[in-house]
Design a protein around this ligand. Structure first.
Ligand code: ATP
Ligand code: MG
Ligand code: MG
Ligand code: MG
Length: 523
């Protein structure tokens, strides 16, 4: 019963074509005419004006497989990558849409049929859970959706009621909004946070994975002097989104999106190229059943985001969208270096991404070489700008862990010689069992920021990936002290002492960072 990711994508679109939906190609990752949005992050983005009634199409039902990026902006999953099994920066969202045509009843019936019918996905209904909006002061409980779930055969004990945070969707302060229903899949006890405990739905985020979100656009939200006002829409609409990688995980019977055929070739490529460029030979560990370091998942994920973003015209820069891309590329490079790569390796990843995704997204095919050039240029730039600081940072992180291990009497012994990086992660593991988390010195990180132009987000990210804490207060304090010193010496008319080239670098990196913050805040 194996279905490849490509087959699943195609089956989804065919199913909805059979229900009178127009197949519409994915829109660009750079939203057209929507400066409030950093990247396309949902299938509905390209239909925003249709939902608002500002634009007419010659169809009232559509189905898409939409390229999405959730890194920066309102939905930011960048920090989740490497830590959860279900989040990516780039992913494909399968969606069916009704523009004032069918509503809740059909949306629920279609979703249930596709998921459970033997001719389609054939999922065991006893693995599925549904949620509905429980209601609040402004909007009543979604009893309609509740009834329709019962009608398709979901037993009452599998329907859960959740609050607005999970089950009420709004485009923004104003505009269409409404309750939603989410469908979850039980990956089983083995996928749970603690495989030895049988946890019920609602208590285990890893085990019960959200696969599909059905949004019922039912109201128009306006803001009046007396507060927000919800008016029923004359023609309610449907917007749904199902992560292709998540449904592939379910249908391929694996426990993680990263084990599906949408990722395994990329993870193999990441291992191959990292090793080719001087990295550790980790094949042995893996053959022994130990799990692959998260770095390869990060590299595979970021390779997809990088390839697709550049194909859609985003270039690395110090602000806005380009800065997010730069952050993604740098994070991938950092992870390659963590695994021992000492030369440019990341540009190699473009080819396997294009090979895997070029049929579904032909826009990639002719751009392979161009994308590779952008990436290698960025890798060169990494070496010129942050490599020195980045090495110092890794040393500092390593020292922090070693110090914590020494002062807490943690000893790691092994018959064979094990690489330092492996040793450290063992030490960290032992520290964790004692509830000790090493803290990266904010003051010393400030030194790296001042002297080598290390961006703050790069350093906090590295600490998080290493599994240690970051002393933000210490960083801020060191920064304030430096600013006070600078003001004092400025009054005295003297020049700053640090090398001007570094000072310049720090400033531009940081403008990029704050510009992004501002943009994010608007969303
Ligand atoms: P989660 O709660 O798991 O973060 P979400 O509620 O933020 O998901 P939605 O905004 O409802 O996600 O998006 C619709 C669907 O897109 C989800 O049901 C899921 O299948 C998929 N999806 C969302 N975010 C991601 C991601 N970062 N990577 C992969 N798939 C995703
Ligand atoms: Mg989310
Ligand atoms: Mg959710
Ligand atoms: Mg959701």
């Amino acid at each position: 019963n194996y279905r490849s990711g490509s087959q699943i994508r195609e089956d989804f679109l065919r199913f909805f074509e059979g229900k009178g939906h127009r197949r519409v190609h994915s829109a660009s990752l750079v939203p057209a005419n929507d400066p409030t949005l950093l990247f396309t992050n949902a299938g509905m983005n390209q239909f925003k004006d249709v939902f608002l009634g500002l634009e007419k199409r010659d169809y009232s039902r559509a189905a898409t497989s939409q390229k999405c990026v959730r890194a920066g902006g309102k939905h930011n999953d960048l920090e989740n990558v490497g830590f959860t099994r279900r989040h990516h920066t780039f992913f494909e969202m399968l969606g069916n849409f009704s523009f004032g045509d069918y509503f809740k009843k059909d949306a629920i019936a279609y979703a249930w049929e596709l998921l459970t019918s033997k001719e389609w996905f054939g999922i065991d209904p006893l693995r599925l859970y549904c949620t509905i909006f429980e209601g609040d002061d402004a909007v009543p409980r979604d009893s309609e959706a509740y009834q329709y779930w019962l009608d398709v055969g979901v037993p009452a004990e599998r329907i859960f009621e959740l609050g607005a945070k999970d089950n009420f969707w709004a485009m923004g302060e104003t505009g269409p909004c409404g309750p939603c229903s989410e469908i979850y899949y039980d990956l089983g006890k083995d996928a749970g946070e603690d495989p030895s405990v049988d946890k019920p739905f609602g208590e285990d985020e890893q085990r019960y994975v959200e696969i599909w979100n059905l949004v019922f656009m039912q109201f128009d939200r306006t803001v009046t002097p007396g507060g927000p006002l919800l008016t029923p829409l004359p023609k309610p609409s449907i917007d749904t989104g199902m992560g292709l990688e998540r449904i592939a995980c379910v249908l391929q019977g694996v426990l993680s999106n990263y084990e599906t055929d949408l990722f395994t070739p990329l993870i193999a490529a990441a291992k191959h190229y990292v090793m080719l460029m001087g990295g550790l030979d980790e094949t042995v560990d893996i053959a022994n059943g130990s799990s692959l370091p998260a770095s390869y998942r990060v590299i595979a994920d970021h390779a997809r985001a990088t390839t697709f973003l550049i194909a859609d015209g985003v270039l690395p820069a110090n602000e806005g969208r380009g800065y997010v891309l730069r952050k993604i590329i740098r994070r991938a490079i950092r992870h390659g270096r963590l695994r021992g790569a000492n030369k440019q390796f990341f540009f190699f990843m473009v080819k396997p991404v294009v090979e895997l995704m070029g049929t579904a997204y032909p826009e990639l095919v002719n751009l392979q070489e161009k994308i590779q050039n952008v990436v290698i240029h960025e890798e060169d730039r990494f070496i010129r700008t942050v490599e020195v600081g980045s090495r110092k940072l890794e040393d500092l992180i390593a020292q922090t862990i070693v110090d914590a291990a020494v002062s807490n009497d943690v000893v790691v012994t092994s018959e064979e010689e094990i690489p330092e990086i492996v040793q450290r992660s063992l030490q960290l593991g032992v520290l964790r069992t004692k509830n000790i988390v090493p803290v990266l010195s904010g003051r010393q990180c400030f030194q790296l920021y001042e002297t080598f132009g290390m961006p703050l987000d790069f350093m906090t990210d590295a600490a998080r990936d290493a599994g240690i804490a970051f002393d933000m207060e210490g960083f801020e304090r060191a920064k304030e002290e430096e600013q006070a010193r600078a003001r004092a010496s400025w009054k005295g008319g003297s020049q700053k002492s640090a090398a001007p080239v570094y000072r310049e670098l720090t400033k531009t990196e940081f403008e990029g960072y704050s510009a992004l913050k501002v943009e994010g805040a608007k969303i």
